[in-house]
Design a protein around this ligand. Structure first.
Ligand SMILES: Nc1ncnc2c1ncn2[C@@H]1O[C@H](COP(=O)(O)OP(=O)(O)OP(=O)(O)O)[C@@H](O)[C@H]1O
Length: 258
């Protein structure tokens, strides 16, 4: 039996309410365990692509299939079960700033509990142990009880990575995970993402602005321009000219933000 793709986009089109075309008829297969970087100009459609995978936003046409299950029209429990398999890392970390690091990491387990238990903080000892171990993996075990907003940006992003590890998803979508970090901190964050990919087999799809980081960490590169995939290849076979083309081939034209 040939392995089915972990993520499959079939003729996916996204048109925003104001008529902006975010994605144009995208067909894409991503296999289990791949570390894929998505590159392209601001406004090319990278975030739209990621948000169409976990349905942070609905697509206009086509189908998105996660590990063999369509998320496109999934509802209720089905949708929740599919989303449990998809972790998300944001540029802005999305931590509960006034909560402790441990509490933030434990929210990775929320989808495994009925709501009332998490409201009253009734996490099991086992899950607290998982959260602690995840923090050890990203080198933040000594910050367990620190308030999230007392950490540096890079540390906050690593808390978000520990949260994703605790969630134990099959897929991680990282939307500009290092955009607000300095180069050295960025590499540390990328190394932690790579660790989840290599040691836990999680499939990673990351939007990156930095070509250097893309080259260093990606196994496969997808170039996006004006809502279309203009390049898809192994990083080891991708020349600098390809990157230049992805960024310049669209006449250097950038779409307006929002
Ligand atoms: N909510 C929205 N409503 C209308 N248009 C939108 C919306 N979100 C994004 N767009 C538009 O869709 C296109 C793709 O945007 P998207 O955010 O996916 O690009 P991106 O490649 O992720 O860019 P960036 O690197 O700046 O985040 C752009 O033209 C953008 O202006």
């Amino acid at each position: 039996m040939s392995e089915q793709p972990m993520i499959q986009l079939k003729n996916v089109t996204k048109i925003y309410g104001n008529g902006t075309v975010g994605l144009k008829n995208i067909n894409l297969n991503i296999n289990k365990g791949e570390f894929v970087v998505v590159v392209g100009l601001s406004g090319a459609g990278k975030s739209t692509l990621l948000r169409s995978i976990n349905r942070l936003q609905d697509i206009t046409e086509g189908d998105t299939i996660i590990d063999g299950k369509s998320i496109t029209n999934a509802k209720g429990k089905n949708l929740r079960m599919i989303r449990r398999d998809i972790g998300m890392i944001f540029q802005s970390f999305n931590l509960v700033k006034r909560s402790s690091v441990l509490r933030n990491v434990l929210t990775g387990r929320v989808s495994y509990y009925p709501t009332w238990k998490t409201t009253f903080n009734l996490f099991t000892k086992e899950d607290k142990q998982k959260a602690y171990e995840a923090l050890q993996r990203v080198g933040l075990a000594d910050k367990v009880y620190t308030r999230a907003d007392q950490l540096s940006g890079g540390q906050q992003q690593r808390v978000a990575i520990a949260r994703v590890l605790t969630q134990n998803p099959k897929i991680i979508l990282a939307d500009e995970p290092t955009a607000s970090l300095d180069p050295q901190t960025s590499r540390r964050v990328m190394r932690d993402l790579k660790m989840l990919n290599e040691e836990y087999g999680m499939t990673v799809l990351a939007n990156l602005h930095s070509v250097d980081l893309a080259k260093e960490f990606g196994d496969r590169v997808i170039g996006v321009r004006a809502g279309e995939i203009v390049y898809d290849g192994k990083m080891s076979e991708t020349s600098d000219a390809v990157f230049k083309d992805i960024y310049n081939g669209g006449n250097g034209k950038e779409a307006d933000d929002e």
